[in-house]
Each structure stands twice: as structure tokens, then as C-alpha cells.
Write a protein that binds this ligand. Structure first.
Ligand SMILES: Cc1cc2nc3c(=O)[nH]c(=O)nc-3n(C[C@H](O)[C@H](O)[C@H](O)COP(=O)(O)O)c2cc1C
Length: 186
């Protein structure tokens, strides 16, 4: 395969992988007086019993290093009104340490003592139960120690952009959507 063909296949794979719509969160951690927040779109529930979340962070992520060192971290699931926070905690020019939280309304989580943002859709306070490297990312696993939910619309990452707005429920139809006779082998 030529270099051009390989590049075009890579681009097509990237485009396809961007079809994964996901909620936007800011992970926060505090270790040795160093407080940090990082925007991610990779928080997902891994296990229901026990309740364990996973997040994927780029190799060398400051957040992952602090969370693992402290053994704790917090998750702020952002609401549709918090796009500005998402952009800020992805901004490479934001100050290091506590200064990056200046002007933001937050309180410390009871377990990880990491920032929880006012107005978030949900907060999780987590104990690190694992971390391992896959390719160029680090997977961080956290058992949920405390969780609080609020009402509102989520902030969604999709196709390289962020979206906020009312979610439209999928209408339930009286009709059977598929003809089972055609799909079930006799
Ligand atoms: C909507 C959005 C989603 C993101 N998702 C991730 C993600 O899942 N993992 C990641 O490592 N970086 C993600 N980023 C980029 C990080 O927020 C950014 O590179 C961060 O400054 C680097 O992490 P660190 O501060 O922990 O070193 C995302 C950025 C945006 C705007």
C-alpha cells in the first residue's frame, strides 16, 4: 500500500471513530498541594457491581499521574451550559496548579478532596482501583465512593465538536420495526 493510500485509510478510520458520541467530563485530582483538572470525553461505566468507572488519558497526562499518586480523583459530568469549562480544562496555556480554578465555583469532594464544579450534571468521587497503558493512552479505573446527580442536559462530544441541547426521546412505535420472518432462519 502506498503512503497516500495508508494516510487516506488512517483518515477514514479517524472519521469513523469520531462517530462515537460521548459525554464531556472534567476529571480533577489533588496531590501534595497540586490541584489539576482535565477535560475528557472517555468516561464510561465499566462495572455496575461494584460501581467502577474508566477514563482514557493521553500518555504523560498530568491528571492521571496525580490521580494515581493520590489514589483518588473526582469526575464532573458537565451540563450543556458548561462548554466554557470543557474548553478551559483542555487549554494548554491554562496555569499549572490551583490557579487554573480561579474564578470557577467549586467545592472539594468529600473523599478525594478534588474540585466539584457547581452546576455539573453529576459528580463522582473515586478511589483508583487500576491504571494501565493501552497504546498511547492510560486507562484509569475508579471505584465510585460517592455520587451525586442533578437534572439537566448533557454536554456531548461528537465528530470533533461539542454539542449542548435538549435530547429528543426516540418515539416508541406500535409497529414492529422489522419483519422477523425475514431475519430469523427457519
Ligand atoms: C471535548 C474534549 C474531550 C477531550 N477528551 C480527552 C480524553 O478523553 N482524553 C485525553 O487524554 N484528553 C482529552 N482531551 C484533551 C485534554 O483535555 C487536554 O489535552 C489536556 O490539557 C491534557 O491533559 P493533562 O492536563 O492531564 O495533561 C479532550 C479535550 C476536549 C476539548
Amino acid at each position: 500500500m502506498t503512503g497516500i493510500a495508508l494516510r487516506s485509510r488512517w483518515n477514514e478510520h479517524n472519521r469513523a471513530l469520531r462517530a462515537l458520541a460521548s459525554p464531556v467530563s472534567v476529571l480533577t485530582a489533588e496531590h501534595d498541594g497540586r490541584r489539576h483538572g482535565t477535560t475528557v470525553s472517555t468516561v464510561t461505566r465499566i462495572s455496575r457491581r461494584p460501581q467502577v468507572l474508566g477514563a482514557c488519558l493521553k500518555s504523560g497526562s498530568v491528571l492521571a499521574a496525580l490521580a494515581v499518586a493520590e489514589g483518588r480523583f473526582a469526575v464532573n459530568v458537565l451540563s450543556g451550559q458548561q462548554g466554557r469549562l470543557a474548553r478551559w480544562f483542555a487549554e494548554s496555556s491554562r496555569p499549572d496548579g490551583p490557579g487554573q480554578f480561579a474564578g470557577i465555583e467549586w467545592r472539594p469532594s468529600p473523599y478525594a478532596h478534588a474540585p466539584l464544579f457547581v452546576g455539573a450534571l453529576a459528580h463522582y468521587d473515586c478511589r483508583v482501583v487500576g491504571s494501565f497503558t493501552v497504546g498511547d493512552h492510560e486507562v484509569l479505573l475508579g471505584a465510585v465512593v460517592n455520587a451525586v446527580a442533578a437534572d439537566g442536559d448533557p454536554l456531548i462530544s461528537y465528530s470533533g465538536d461539542m454539542f449542548a441541547g435538549t435530547l429528543i426521546p426516540v418515539a416508541e412505535s406500535e409497529d414492529r420495526p422489522f419483519d422477523l420472518k425475514e431475519t430469523v432462519p427457519s
